[in-house]
Design a protein around this ligand. Structure first.
Ligand code: UDP
Ligand code: MG
Length: 310
């Protein structure tokens, strides 16, 4: 049977949200009167999520379970969902119902109008700490400024993509993934629809600060050389100062001035430049580490159980 809509939800310890997710997605998708599938990717959950997914799949053939051998992270879980999706339009949605499934209907309408990527723009967010809101807002603006792809502001992974787009994305096997960047990078006809981001229905965020920072670093390194260029600019800047200062220092010395005597000034300069050099090395290291990961060419994820047909 031909599938029109694939809905992908990554699941990491979401046992409280799974039944409600299934219920609401089903309710919405039945309104479209089209064939659909719900791909639940279990990203190495340690609660009962995997068993619940299996049970759902048993009850409803439209639920396709992909169960990972361990936790590979949100972006990789969604990637697996894309690999296993068969629909003409593919929707990525969070399992915690922060993204209202009802918006899929609006997205589908835009898709019918000929748009190939319909992303959801968070006009408002509920029930999130000021720290998360502030860091998220800063992050989106920073990425917008320094990367070469214009990733729409305040969008998450909640989006609908046409099969053409998904096929292209599925060929992009980079390891450190930033899907919203990748889906902006491919081009095609894109449009946003606004929505109000609700609070998590149950459970707590699976994105602690550490994971958020990882995602941000992946976003920057995947789409720009800006950090490397900062090091270069800084190098020129400090070399420039040194060249300008040289004649001044020679003159002062020759004229018997006591300025720049003592260790403090030397120590400061050495520490400062040492610090800058170490930071630059660290930045280089980030890129080299990513190169190394790509060179190893390991699979992006390992599945324990997955549907036979991809
Ligand atoms: N998630 C995942 N693997 C992870 C972390 C999160 O599959 O390692 C899933 C999680 O189950 C949820 C989605 O990614 O469906 C978004 O996570 P969360 O709601 O915790 O992020 P937040 O909304 O707080 O940014
Ligand atoms: Mg969430």
């Amino acid at each position: 049977m031909k599938i029109i809509f694939s809905i992908i939800a990554p699941i990491f310890n979401e046992k409280e949200n799974l039944p409600e997710l299934y219920r609401r997605v089903k309710e919405v998708m039945e309104q479209t009167r089209e064939s659909w599938e719900l791909i639940l990717v279990d990203d190495g959950s340690s609660d009962e999520s995997s068993d619940m997914i299996r049970a759902l799949a048993k009850k409803d053939q439209r639920v396709r379970p992909v169960i990972f051998a361990r936790n590979f992270g949100h972006q990789v879980a969604v990637t697996a969902g894309l690999d296993y999706s068969r629909g003409d339009a593919v929707v990525i949605i969070d399992a915690d119902l922060q993204d209202p499934p009802e918006l899929i209907l609006d997205m589908a309408k835009k898709w019918r109008e000929g748009y190939e990527v319909v992303f959801a723009v968070r006009a408002e967010r509920e029930g999130e700490s000021w720290f998360k809101l502030w860091t998220a807002s800063l992050f989106y603006r920073l990425i917008y400024r320094i990367t070469d792809v214009k990733i729409p502001l305040d969008t998450g992974d909640f989006r609908l993509m046409d099969r053409k787009v998904v096929n292209v994305m599925n060929q992009m096997r980079e390891r450190h993934r930033f899907l919203r960047g990748m889906s902006a990078w491919v081009g095609f006809k894109q449009i946003g629809v606004e929505y109000k981001r609700a609070a998590r229905t149950a459970g707590e965020t699976k994105y602690p600060f550490r994971k958020m920072l990882r995602l941000a670093i992946n976003a920057v390194t995947s789409f720009s050389y800006f950090p490397l260029q900062v090091a270069t600019v800084f190098g020129f800047f400090s070399a420039g100062i040194a060249i300008l200062a040289m004649p001044v220092v020679i003159y002062l010395r020759a004229s018997g001035s006591q300025a720049f005597f003592g260790q403090a000034s030397t120590l400061l300069a050495v520490l400062f430049l040492g610090g800058v050099q170490l930071i630059s090395l660290g930045i280089l290291g980030e890129y080299i580490g990513r190169l190394y990961d790509e060179a190893k060419g390991r699979p992006l994820y390992i599945v324990r159980e997955a549907p036979e047909d991809k």
